[in-house]
Structure formats: C-alpha cells, structure tokens
Design a protein around this ligand. Sequence first.
Ligand code: SF4
Ligand code: SF4
Length: 93
Amino acid sequence: MSTTSIVKSCTTTACSFNDGGCTALAITVGGSGAKATCTTFIALDARAGLSSPSGQVGACKRLECVHNTDLLCTAAEIAVAGDAAECLTYEAR
Ligand code: SF4
Ligand code: SF4
C-alpha cells in the first residue's frame, strides 16, 4: 500500500498554506459527520509552508473512510476543496 498520499489539489484559497495548492508539509484530516475536512486549515493574514505546493496527508482521523488504514491515508492522492476544506476523496465504508 502507498503510505504517501499527496494533496493533489486544494481550492481552499483562504488557507495560509494555499499557494496554488497545499504547501503544508503534512496535513491532518478529521472533522465529523458526512464530510471529512482538513484540520490543518488556518486562515491567517500570512502565507506559510513550503515554497511549492507539495503537501501530503500526515494523518487522517476518519477511520471509517475506505482509504484509511491505521489512521493513515492510503489513497495515492486526495483533493481538498471548499470553504470547509473538505476532503473530496473521502468515502465512507
Ligand atoms: S489542504 Fe488544508 S492545509 Fe493544505 S492548503 Fe488546503 S486547507 Fe490549507
Ligand atoms: S481519502 Fe479518506 S483516509 Fe484519505 S485523507 Fe481523505 S478522508 Fe482521510
């Protein structure tokens, strides 16, 4: 299984880590209910992170997602979008 899940795209431009994509070294995905969300999302009046968009999923708390094994994301890549920084790749078992 793949242990490196890339944040292929993120359209949550309000996030300080967004610079044409996710520049955080490793994000955490969590949230509750029907939507999984990026909990690394932070809206500050500053840009942060790596100099290029190559973020990865460090941990994911959504054990019920089909891509989750031992709190890691096994999808090769995920997409994040929207005001709530939703993981569009989330799929409940
Ligand atoms: S994936 Fe999360 S941390 Fe990365 S830019 Fe999007 S909202 Fe921000
Ligand atoms: S695809 Fe599933 S396991 Fe991977 S980050 Fe999204 S919710 Fe978590």
